[in-house]
Design a protein. Structure first.
Length: 156
């Protein structure tokens, strides 16, 4: 019983996101008005870089054990399988391995394939669907993530 409680505590301790550490608030007195960000001028590369910052703080070796999310874009195994399914349906012989999640270039390629396949065009679609799956744009739960991405885009 005690061992079970210890395991539960450890699991919870490592799975609760530390939002403040990942996305610290701006300096006091500095206000970012998220609604005033012109997302039409944001490039795909800027969205990718913002997501990398939010997901891993730019750390290619980042790993979240409770989700088995790895690398700079915190890709799960299920995403690798989805990307390989997409590539197969296109007749492309390229296949990604789970260890490719740790490679920044491969992670970005997988993100690009994902965005292309699901026809994600706007920064909001890309961020929310990356966070919540292909229908992430319709999920209320991805709004907070999109706000983090917008905040990061506003800083740069």
């Amino acid at each position: 019983m005690i061992n079970s409680l210890k395991k539960t505590f450890i699991l919870i301790a490592f799975c609760i996101p530390l939002t403040a550490a990942i996305s610290p608030s701006p300096d006091p007195g500095h206000e970012i008005v998220l609604s005033k960000i012109n997302t039409k001028r944001i490039t795909h590369t800027q969205v990718v870089q913002a997501i990398i910052h939010i997901e891993s703080a730019g750390n290619d070796n980042a790993y979240r054990a409770c989700e088995d999310a790895a690398g700079p874009m915190q890709i799960r195994r299920t995403m690798v399988r989805d990307i390989n399914r997409i590539l197969k349906s296109r007749g492309d012989d390229t296949r990604y391995r789970y260890k490719d999640r740790w490679c920044r270039q491969s992670s970005i390629h997988m993100f690009n394939i994902y965005c292309s396949h699901y026809k994600l065009e706007t920064p909001e679609e890309k961020a929310r669907c990356w966070n919540g799956g292909p229908r992430g744009i319709r999920k209320r739960s991805t709004i907070k993530y999109w706000n983090k991405v917008k905040n990061e885009l506003a800083r740069n």
